[in-house]
Design a protein around this ligand. Structure first.
Ligand SMILES: [Zn+2]
Length: 434
C-alpha cells in the first residue's frame, strides 16, 4: 500500500501478501481444482472479516462482487464452498501453518513495529497461559481430550496454550504460535498444560534463538522441572508462587535476616508494600535451585488490599520492585486482551465453525489466531487502520462496515476500503422505474 499512513510491510496488504506467500509454499494435494492457498486465504478472510459462520461466507461468495473483492484484497482466485473448505482444512497438518507466525513476527521486527515494546533491559514479556475453545458431549474427533463423568457420559474438548508478547503500557499483544493441548495421536491419555508448555517454549527458542524474553506465568509454573527447562532454554522468568504451594519458601523468607521490606505511597493514594529475598531455595526437593522471591501488597485508597507473590531469576533490589511487579501483572493481558477479545469481540473463538474428523478444529484455531495477529499489527503500526476504527466508533461496527462493503461495490485495494470508512462516499441509488 503506498499510503503515507503505514509502513509498507506492516499494512494489511503487506501482511496478507506475506500470508499468501507462506501458504503457497505448503505442498498441495494433486488433482484439486481449487488451490490449497485459496482455502487458507479464505480462512483468513472469514476471521479477518469476522464472519459468524462458514456458511455465510459461502453464501456471500455466490455474489460476483464479493468474489471480485476477495480476489483483489485477499488474492483468492476461487473461494471454496463451506463443505470443501472444511474437508480440505481437515486433512491439513496444523503445523504447516506455523511458519506464518514467524514470518509475520519477522515483518513486525523488520518494520520496527516492536520499537518501545521491550520491557526490561531489551527483554520482551512473554505471557503463557492455557484456555479452552471447544467442548461438546456429542461432536468429537480422535484428538479431542476427554473427560469421563460418573454417569458414563464423556465431555470432549480442545484446549490450547497461548504465548503472547505483552507490555504493561500497551494495548496490543502479539501472539506467537499457540500449542494445542489435545490427546496425542494413538494415545489414551490426555495431554496436559505442562507438557504443552515444554513443547511450546522449546519451539519458541528454536524459532527465535536470539530473542530476549522474560516468561511470565501463573503459579502452576513455579515448579522445579519447569524452571530448569526455562534455564536450559536461556529464558528469564517471573512466575506466580502461592503461599499454599510454597510453604517451605515462605517459611525460609520469613526466617531469613536478609529479607527486605520496602513500602511507599503514590500521589493517587495507593500504597505499595514489598518483601523480597534473592537467592532463596525453591523448596526442599529442589534446594539447590535458587530463585529470587518477591511479595507485594497493594493498598487502595478505598481500603481494598491485593496480595501477590512471585519467583524470578532477575536480581531484585529496591529500585526495580515496581518494574518487576508491573511486568508480572502484565501476564493478565493474555486473558484480558487476547482470549477475551477472541471470545467476545467478533472473532467467535468458542463458536464451533466445524470440528472435522482430524485437524479442522485446530487449523481453524490457528487461522483465527493469525487473523488476530494481523489485526494487532495493524492496530499498532497502521495509522489508516487506526483512523478507520476510530471513525467507525467501535471494533464491532468497524468489522461490520468492512464486511458490508464487500457485496456493495468493487473495491480496488485496502487503502480505498479503509478510506471509505473514514470518509464515507455518498452513494445515490437511482433506477429507471418508468
Ligand atoms: Zn476434537
Amino acid at each position: 500500500m503506498s499510503t503515507p499512513f503505514c509502513r509498507k510491510h506492516l499494512s494489511i496488504e503487506g501482511l496478507l501478501k506475506e500470508a499468501h506467500q507462506v501458504f503457497r509454499r505448503i505442498p498441495d494435494a494433486p488433482g484439486n481444482d481449487i488451490a490449497l492457498v485459496d482455502h487458507l486465504m479464505s480462512g483468513l478472510a472469514i476471521f479477518g472479516l469476522k464472519y459468524p459462520s462458514l456458511l455465510q461466507f459461502d453464501q456471500d461468495c455466490r455474489e460476483e462482487t464479493t468474489r471480485a473483492n476477495l480476489k483483489a484484497l485477499y488474492g483468492i482466485e476461487q473461494a471454496p464452498s463451506d463443505t470443501r473448505l472444511r474437508e480440505r482444512l481437515d486433512e491439513l497438518d496444523p503445523s504447516q501453518v506455523r511458519p506464518l507466525y514467524q514470518a509475520l513476527f519477522a515483518q513486525l521486527q523488520r518494520g520496527k513495529g516492536l520499537e518501545g515494546f521491550a520491557y526490561l533491559d531489551g527483554h520482551y514479556l512473554l505471557s503463557v497461559d492455557g484456555t479452552g475453545y471447544f467442548s461438546s458431549k456429542q461432536v468429537h474427533c480422535p484428538y479431542c481430550a476427554e473427560k469421563h463423568h460418573r454417569d458414563g457420559t464423556i465431555t470432549y474438548y480442545h484446549q490450547m496454550l497461548g504465548a503472547v508478547l505483552v507490555h504493561p503500557d500497551c494495548r496490543e499483544v502479539f501472539p506467537l504460535a499457540p500449542e494445542p493441548i489435545l490427546k496425542p495421536d494413538g494415545s489414551n491419555k490426555n495431554d496436559c498444560e505442562r507438557n504443552a508448555a515444554k513443547r511450546l517454549l522449546s519451539d519458541v527458542r528454536r524459532e527465535h534463538p536470539h530473542l530476549k524474553l522474560i516468561v511470565v506465568e501463573d503459579g502452576l509454573a513455579s515448579n522445579g522441572p519447569h524452571i530448569r527447562h526455562l534455564q536450559a532454554l536461556d529464558l528469564r522468568f517471573i512466575l506466580g508462587a502461592k503461599p499454599s504451594d510454597h510453604t517451605f519458601l515462605f517459611e525460609w523468607v520469613a526466617a531469613t535476616e536478609q529479607t527486605r521490606e520496602v513500602s511507599f505511597s503514590n500521589e493517587d493514594g495507593y500504597r505499595h508494600r514489598f518483601r523480597y529475598l534473592n537467592h532463596a531455595p525453591l523448596n526442599d526437593t529442589h534446594f539447590d535451585l535458587e530463585v529470587n522471591f518477591f511479595e507485594y501488597w497493594e493498598y487502595a485508597p478505598d481500603g481494598g488490599v491485593q496480595h501477590f507473590s512471585w519467583v524470578t531469576d532477575l536480581l531484585i533490589d529496591d529500585t526495580n520492585l515496581m518494574t518487576l511487579m508491573r511486568g508480572a501483572r502484565a501476564r493478565w493481558k493474555i486473558e484480558n486482551e487476547t482470549f477475551n477479545t477472541l471470545k467476545n469481540q467478533g472473532y467467535h473463538f468458542e463458536h464451533n465453525f466445524g470440528h472435522g474428523h482430524q485437524h479442522l478444529s485446530t487449523v481453524l484455531m490457528h487461522l483465527m489466531m493469525l487473523a488476530f495477529l494481523i489485526d494487532q499489527i495493524q492496530q499498532r503500526c497502521c495509522r489508516l487502520f487506526q483512523a478507520a476504527v476510530t471513525a467507525a466508533k467501535s471494533k464491532t461496527r468497524f468489522w461490520r462496515k468492512l464486511r458490508n462493503r464487500f457485496d456493495l461495490c468493487l473495491i480496488p485495494n485496502w487503502e480505498v476500503l479503509y478510506q471509505s470508512i473514514i470518509d464515507p462516499p455518498q452513494i445515490a441509488l437511482g433506477y429507471n422505474t418508468s
